[in-house]
Design a protein around this ligand. Structure first.
Ligand code: NAP
Length: 295
């Protein structure tokens, strides 16, 4: 039998979540925010659930998700909505967005956003009411050899600059393990070679990461291993940057890490690499993010 206990905490914004505490564009940023922790007993295991939902004025925190029609982006949108956030889903094609994203949420707004359109346009789309941005874009393979550079580098840089224009101070990027493969001695790793042969994809991502890290914005860069669509089949392993060079993870877990990064203060200004392993112990997100040092 599962037991559930919920604690509602009211706390000063500066103590808790980077998303909740650092949203200068939000009219309610100086007011206390509330967050609820739910602990469920399942057998001997305590499952931790955190829901961050309301601003001081009662409004929900709003997250802009770029690449919301993507296999990971969609999951991030779903999980944010389930956690009680309002979501602005950035899509290139509105019809595709409407068809692939949930219909029955009043807290979901689908907006047209191509990250190659430039920071000015993106800032307009992000608007004045966004508290955080999650970037889950990735170039779609095609004939344009420069697509990885346009999307995974310039596009992400545009998004960061749009955040600066709008005073959005929380950014979560879905990047990839091995982006810094050359420096890790993985120059001849087949995955490193393969992904760079197609438009220097990993190098494009690494440079975008560097832009975020210099931007002053509170970031969490999530570098997953190979992405799988199937449900989680192991526990999350989280390591510091430039550590993992193999392994895979369910997109559901990547989305969970991205959403938890918005909630957990331990995730601020960090780069984390993640895969899933059946033999890894189950750890809380507080512990996972807390074990990674800021650099
Ligand atoms: N595949 C892997 O094994 C792997 C491993 C590690 C990391 N990653 C990275 O993880 C991230 C998510 O991967 P995924 O496979 O879940 O993504 P995906 O399904 O390929 O989705 C990519 C998303 O990016 C959007 N997009 C492409 N160009 C865009 C543009 N110019 N402006 C705005 N949006 C644009 C796509 O929109 P449309 O739907 O309109 O095309 C789509 O929503 C990517 O950055 C990927 O490189 C992937």
């Amino acid at each position: 039998m599962a037991m559930t206990c919920v604690h509602s905490l009211r706390i000063p914004t500066t103590k808790l979540s980077p998303l909740l505490s650092e949203s200068p564009s939000s009219s309610s940023s100086v007011k206390p925010r509330s967050i609820s922790y739910t602990a469920k007993m399942q057998g001997n295991e305590i499952r931790e659930e955190t829901t961050a939902e309301t601003g001081g004025a009662g409004g929900k925190k709003k997250v802009f998700v770029a690449g919301a029609t993507g296999s990971t982006g969609k999951r991030i949108v779903d999980q944010l909505l389930a956690k009680g956030y309002a979501v602005k889903a950035g899509v290139r094609d509105l019809e595709k967005g409407k068809a692939s994203l949930p219909r029955d949420y009043s807290d979901l707004e689908i907006v047209k956003a191509d990250v190659t359109d430039g920071a000015e346009k993106l800032a307009e789309v992000i608007g004045i009411d966004t508290d955080a941005v999650v970037c889950a874009t990735g170039f779609r393979p095609g004939f344009d050899l420069f697509a990885p550079w346009k999307v995974d580098n310039f596009g992400t840089v545009n998004l960061v600059e749009a955040c600066r224009k709008r005073g959005v101070n929380r950014f979560v990027l879905i990047s990839s393990i091995l982006v810094n493969g050359a420096a890790m001695g993985q120059l001849f790793n087949p995955a490193y070679i393969f992904l760079n042969v197609f438009g220097l994809t990993l190098i494009a991502k690494l440079q975008a990461e560097q832009h975020i890290r210099k931007s002053g914005i509170n970031y969490t860069i999530v570098r997953p291993g190979g992405l799988r669509n199937d449900p989680p089949s192991g526990n999350i392993v989280m390591e510091p940057e430039d550590t993992l060079y193999e392994g895979s993870i369910s997109r559901d877990q990547v989305a969970e890490v991205a959403v938890e990064a918005l909630i957990r203060p331990e995730a601020s200004y960090k780069v984390v690499e993640i895969v899933a392993r059946a033999d890894a112990p189950k750890r809380s997100f507080e512990d996972l993010f807390g074990s990674i040092e800021q650099r």
